[in-house]
Design a protein around this ligand. Structure first.
Ligand code: BES
Ligand code: MN
Ligand code: ZN
Length: 496
């Protein structure tokens, strides 16, 4: 079920809703909405602050049931932490915790009175948008292949209103588009690899195009790619019964003939490592190896839903990396679409091998004004940055700055890594123009260096999302990153 969002100007004490959410800082400082509710209820909040039942700790929640003096049946008091130092990240954290608490209550609707709090550098539109996205994130349930056991008859949250003025309208509209993109990405990435195959991704892209004016979809199969010379991409997919696809979505949101922005996403639907087989434990997580594809498709969905005024293309090379009698092998020399030859030293470094051909094809086919790829490319990036930041690589300082700023604003952050030529020698080969791995050190950087060889002359950036695309562990779900970052970057391009 998808959450419905709206704006309201109702006062917290008279709002006709099942629950009002109000904020309290540590040391008992009430926000103005909390003070209103407190006044109308004869001190219901302050009493609990004094007793210590409400601490105001960031992300804590306390439910007041049926206090007299207000119209709503419930008040969810949300702790904001200390007033000093309250910032965007804290606001988001508080919103996520509040949304989680809200999701556990048996109610269908609620009103959010926290968009009034001051967040340095952020306006009301941002505050509403961020809260809406947090709520949508918390409301997401994966149900495609099972019914959660505790699936009770409890009423589920269906609509959330935000107390804010008309200046927040744009934020709400953006939230709806981005939430849809995030959900699209999460659902696609969460699906098991026996369902989410290259064909399946192609079908999803085609279905989206069919349902939207201004969107076209084109899918190249392995036969066409063979004719065109996708020697690198095809080698990766050769060991699998699920044949590779190249999926291209085009959105005509800008002037006819204007150069598009291009997103490219790694779509490995399962990565066994191939002949350079990965160890068994945790291998199931490699179903998320199409997280880059999911992310760029989600960002594309968000852009279309928001109706951004730019042309945009989204290209997904998709394949499955399997060991087989027909698999490519270490030692093979591949001829990529660009003409550069590649010595395969490890079949587990497959992401770059499908992306290189996709980058070449995207540049040639669309002559984009900027090209950004997203990929769960290296374990080394997870070691370097963990799960909090995506790795950003670009030779173009202006593009890198734009992407960092977008990630910062959307709280879907990236951190820039070097892409200096000094590292390129690690890719030297005695048998081909380039080797597909660069040795032990700086694995995330040498992977990006490899890609850079196929983005010559392009305004290009690479996001390594290996650490950020999903939450690890048995029940870890896809995060939907970097949809918010990419969507924000596009929005920022519209403001110029
Ligand atoms: N999909 C993996 C990268 C990955 C690993 C993402 C773990 C998230 C978590 C990629 O295809 C891969 O296997 N990379 C190798 C490269 C190596 C062989 C140079 C890696 O990181 O070990
Ligand atoms: Mn691999
Ligand atoms: Zn991979």
């Amino acid at each position: 079920m998808t959450l419905q969002f709206s704006l309201t100007t109702a006062a917290p004490e008279t709002a006709d809703t099942a629950c009002v959410l109000v904020g309290v800082y540590e040391q008992g400082v009430l926000t103005s909405a909390a003070a209103c509710v407190d006044g109308a209820t004869g001190g219901a909040i302050k009493r609990q602050v004094e007793s210590g039942d409400i601490s105001g700790k960031a992300g804590s929640t306390t439910l007041l049931y049926a206090p007299t003096g207000i119209a709503a049946k419930r008040v969810l008091v949300v702790g904001l932490g200390t007033q000093k130092g309250f910032d965007a990240a804290r606001y988001q954290k508080v919103a996520i915790e509040a949304a989680r608490a809200l999701g556990k209550l048996p109610l269908a609707e609620a009103t959010w009175y926290l968009a009034e709090v001051d967040v340095p550098g952020r306006d009301a539109a941002w505050r509403v948008r961020t809260a809406a996205l947090a709520a949508d994130h918390a409301a997401y349930r994966y149900t495609a292949t099972f019914k959660p056991r505790e699936k009770s008859a409890q009423t589920e949250l269906a609509s959330l209103a935000f107390a804010a003025g008309a200046d927040a309208e744009a934020g709400l509209a953006q939230a709806c588009g981005i939430a849809e993109g995030v959900r699209f990405a999460r659902e696609l990435a969460n699906l098991p690899p026996n369902i989410c195959t290259p064909v399946y991704i192609a079908e999803q892209a085609q279905a989206f195009a069919d349902a939207h004016d201004k969107v076209d979809c084109r899918v190249l199969d392995h036969v066409e790619m063979e004719k065109l010379g996708f020697g690198s991409l095809l080698a990766v997919g050769r060991g699998s019964a699920n044949k590779p696809k190249l999926i291209a979505l085009q959105y005509h949101g800008g002037a006819a003939g204007a150069a598009p922005y291009a997103f490219v996403g790694k779509g490995i639907t399962f990565d066994t490592g191939g002949i350079s087989l990965k160890p068994g434990p945790g291998m199931e997580e490699m179903k998320f190896d199409m997280g880059g594809a999911a992310g760029v498709l989600g960002a594309f969905v968000a852009a279309v839903k928001m109706g951004v005024g730019h042309n945009l293309v989204c290209v997904v090379p998709s394949a499955e990396n399997m060991p087989d009698g027909d698999s490519y092998r270490p030692g093979d020399v591949l001829t990529s679409l660009s003409g550069l030859t590649i010595e395969v030293l490890n079949t587990d470094a497959e992401g770059r091998l499908i992306l290189c051909d996709a980058l070449t094809w995207t540049a040639r086919t669309f002559q984009p004004q900027a090209m950004i790829d997203a990929a769960t490319l290296t374990g080394a990036c997870v070691i370097a940055l963990g799960k909090h930041a995506s790795g950003l690589f670009s030779r173009h300082d202006d593009l890198a700055t734009e992407l960092l700023a977008a990630g910062e604003h959307a709280l879907d952050r990236a951190w820039r890594m070097p892409l200096w030529d000094d590292y390129q020698v690690q890719l030297d080969s005695g048998f081909a123009d380039v080797a597909n791995i660069g040795g032990k050190s700086a694995g995330a950087i040498t992977a990006a260096c490899f890609l850079s060889r196929f983005a010559e002359g392009q305004r290009w950036a690479h996001l390594d999302i290996a650490g950020t695309a999903w939450d690890e562990g048995r029940k870890g779900l896809a995060t939907g990153r970097p949809v918010a970052l990419l969507a924000q970057w596009l929005l920022d391009r519209c403001e110029k």
